[in-house]
Design a binder for this molecule. Structure first.
Ligand code: AMP
Length: 312
């Protein structure tokens, strides 16, 4: 196996206040890029681009460093760090956002450190599609087209920034979004039809995340379904989607190829990392995770979905 390629991520790094049936945590490490980076770091070297304020605790910086996440692109500016707060229904079926304070994130203009414009694998976490586009422009201006670009988005941008999002989609290889967002973006209620319509907008692959119902991949190799690993003690689902993205892209960067077979395995690796993420608040579970546990759960996944072909 060749050595893992660098994986660039751009997105939010913040402080979350989260309440679930298990308890409440205030001002803990959150943000899409945080979950993505640490999840992916088990598989490939990660380059993180984001912004935090002067109140961002040193302990969080240390966590990234402990996972060898390169922070050369993490700006620290005067002001307060992005904050988000949410509460989950008892059965985890819904989440209500209580508060979002953009703080220093509102003036975020991603700037890639010079050496990072050659990143072969890029993940544009859920931010303004115009900013996601600006990251691709920076790599292209340097004459370095990434090998594989994936992006995430959300209802807010689908409604409010559709032209920018459509322009971005022409330039990305894969879009990750949840089922409601896929319906909203495509205008199709049926998910395979929605995926077909989204692929016609540019991305050759679409991953539709369905929470504890797993994820569906639509690409040139057809359709592939990964269940969510059944976890009995869910503590906090925040960041599951971003951890999925981290496991997915981490596997691709590790393998250095984007064949349909590797992308299918990446779907399972995404589900593995997401399943660990929900077992504790914030990024706590990742602090006590290692490759051995990842290997074990991957094997348990293979058992979970294994069945024999039959002759009828
Ligand atoms: P997920 O559970 O995958 O939707 O991701 C939750 C993470 O997204 C939390 O850690 C939040 O800090 C972060 N987040 C929430 N709202 C936003 C937003 N508007 N822009 C960027 N990140 C956000």
């Amino acid at each position: 196996m060749s050595s893992p390629s660098p994986l660039l991520v751009v997105g939010s790094v913040g402080l979350d206040t989260v309440e679930t049936r298990v308890g409440k945590r205030a001002d803990v490490l959150g943000g899409a890029a945080s979950y993505f980076s640490v999840a992916a770091s088990f598989l490939a070297p990660v380059r993180l681009t984001g912004i935090v304020g002067t109140d961002f605790p040193e302990a969080h910086t240390k966590l990234f460093e402990a996972h060898a996440v390169d922070l050369a692109g993490l700006e620290r500016v005067p002001g307060k760090t992005f904050r988000w707060s949410g509460v989950y229904a008892k059965d985890f079926s819904t989440r209500t956002t209580l508060d979002t304070q953009l703080n220093v994130f509102s003036d975020f203009r991603p700037k890639l450190p010079g050496a990072w414009t050659d990143s072969p694998y890029v993940f544009l976490a859920n931010i303004d599609p115009a900013l996601q586009f600006s990251v691709l422009e920076q790599t292209e201006k340097a004459g370095k087209k990434p090998k594989f670009v994936a992006c995430d988005t959300m209802n807010f941008w689908i409604e409010g920034k559709r032209p920018d999002l459509l322009k971005l989609l022409q330039r990305v290889d894969m879009l990750l979004l949840n089922d409601e967002e896929a319906r909203q973006l495509s205008g199709e209620a049926n998910l395979p039809a929605a995926a077909r319509a989204i692929r016609a907008l540019g991305p050759r692959a679409v991953v539709i995340k369905r929470g504890d119902a797993g994820a569906l991949l639509f690409h040139e190799g057809g359709v592939f379904a990964a269940p969510a690993f059944p976890i009995e003690n869910v503590v906090d689902p925040t960041g599951a989607g971003d951890s999925f993205g981290g496991g997915f892209m981490g596997w691709i960067a590790r393998q250095g190829d984007t064949s349909p077979a590797t992308i299918r395995t990446a779907m399972i690796m995404g589900s593995v990392l997401a399943s660990f993420s929900v077992e504790d608040f914030s990024l706590e579970r990742f602090k006590r995770l290692d490759l051995g546990q990842i290997r074990e759960r991957f094997a348990a996944f293979a058992d979970l979905v294994h069945f024999e072909k039959i002759k009828l």
